[in-house]
Design a protein around this ligand. Structure first.
Ligand SMILES: C[C@@H](O)[C@H](N)C(=O)O
Ligand SMILES: C[C@@H](O)[C@H](N)C(=O)O
Lengths: 155, 155
């Protein structure tokens, strides 16, 4: 069953927030996002990968214009949950391949990631669902990233 | 604009594969998934979060029945890309909240994660898209996790 790639999406107006070294215990992730929920923060991506020695990192993207509003709250939140560090990076962007079942075929992810590699663009974060494979890359590389992925899938 | 939660999905027939300590350089992610692509491996989730000191971890889920077929290849792959460790965990499952725009509202993620926390279920991996928030938890906790999230959103 062939996967149809419907499009390539991208977003430059995002900022990455990473809470590093949070305790890997029930309630931590809930606390982070309930707090953000009270500020009606628009969240564009959440990734959490493998924990290490009782700690983990939680990364998420917010719209750039929203970052200013929540920055102080993020500092307080980082303290509250016991994060070892709060990292905020406004110089990022997302590029995504969209289509029904995209993540099923590992070949599609491979082609997407390799097309970025050929441009020497480093992949910062990766998040997928059945409809979309998203990569976070440096904002300065975003346009080049979008073109490379467009060439790979839509030409 | 209210987000409509359409459903709670889950999958117990998955195995987690994590490549730990891979070089954080262009081409690594491409190499992993192109290799898996040659084996027609069905990938159900890919997450990569923040890198540390020039290295990162890449985690993905494969269907349980497929794990046997690819296990040797995974060992070879881990060596090829210079991973410090290959971790395979068959005792996991996924639970997801599905609905248009779910990740936009941080409150929804907060409620989902907190409902797991109240059951003292630890969240292993998190991946989101505009349509779905997915958590990987221990397979032994999956049924309880699904019920808790169902109660939170659909009752
Ligand atoms: C790190 C964080 O996700 C934690 N494991 C939790 O369940 O909340
Ligand atoms: C770690 C891996 O994702 C690497 N940054 C790459 O671009 O392939």
């Amino acid at each position: 069953e062939e996967v149809l790639i419907r499009g390539v999406a991208h977003n430059a107006d995002v900022a990455k927030v990473s809470l590093l070294g949070v305790p890997d215990q029930p309630g931590i992730a809930g606390s982070v996002f309930e707090t953000l929920g009270t500020h009606s923060v628009n969240i564009l991506l959440i990734v959490q990968a493998e924990s290490h020695e009782g700690h983990n990192d939680i990364s998420f993207l917010v719209s750039s214009e929203m970052l200013g509003q929540v920055r102080e709250d993020l500092e307080a939140l980082a303290d509250k949950i016991g994060a070892s560090k709060l990292l905020v990076d406004e110089g990022v962007g997302t590029v995504s391949v969209v289509g029904e079942g995209v993540q099923r075929e590992s070949g599609i992810a491979g082609r997407m990631f390799s097309s970025l590699a050929r441009e020497e663009i480093n992949i910062d974060l990766i998040s997928t669902s059945n409809l979309m494979i998203s990569c976070v890359v440096a904002e300065d590389s975003l346009e080049q990233a979008v073109q490379a992925i467009h060439r790979e899938f839509l030409e």
